[in-house]
Write a new protein. Structure first.
Length: 111
C-alpha cells in the first residue's frame, strides 16, 4: 500500500496572485461606479417601484433628514396618505442627530 501526503498544496505563483489582485480591483471599481447614480436614475427607479407597488395600495417616498443630510424611506398608504412605515424611522434619526450634536460628532463641516 502506498501512502501519499495530501496536505501539501502547491504555492500560488506570482501570475496567479497578480490575476486575483487585478480581478479584485476591477470588482471594486465596478462597485464604486454602481454606487454613484444620477438623480434622474434614482427617480426612475422610485417610479418603477411605485408602479410595482400599485396593487398593494402603497407607495414609496424618500425624505431628506435636515440635520443628518441622509435619506430615509416612507411607505405610504395611497388611499389614506398615512405613513405605514419609515426605514429607518425618523424618530431614530432625530435621536441620532441629537446624540451626535451633544457629543460633538458633527465635525464634518469644512472650516
Amino acid at each position: 500500500m502506498e501512502l501519499r501526503d495530501v496536505s501539501i498544496t502547491p504555492p500560488i505563483g506570482p501570475t496567479k496572485l497578480a490575476q486575483t489582485t487585478e480581478i479584485n480591483k476591477t470588482i471594486e471599481k465596478q462597485v464604486v461606479e454602481e454606487k454613484v447614480l444620477s438623480k434622474d436614475t434614482i427617480n426612475h427607479h422610485i417610479n418603477t417601484l411605485n408602479t410595482y407597488l400599485e396593487p398593494t395600495k402603497t407607495s414609496l417616498k424618500f425624505q431628506l433628514h435636515d440635520k443628518l443630510n441622509e435619506y430615509y424611506v416612507q411607505i405610504i398608504d395611497t388611499q389614506t396618505d398615512e405613513v405605514i412605515k419609515e426605514i429607518p424611522s425618523k424618530k431614530f434619526l432625530d435621536r441620532y442627530a441629537a446624540t451626535t450634536e451633544l457629543l460633538g460628532f458633527m465635525v464634518d463641516q469644512k472650516i
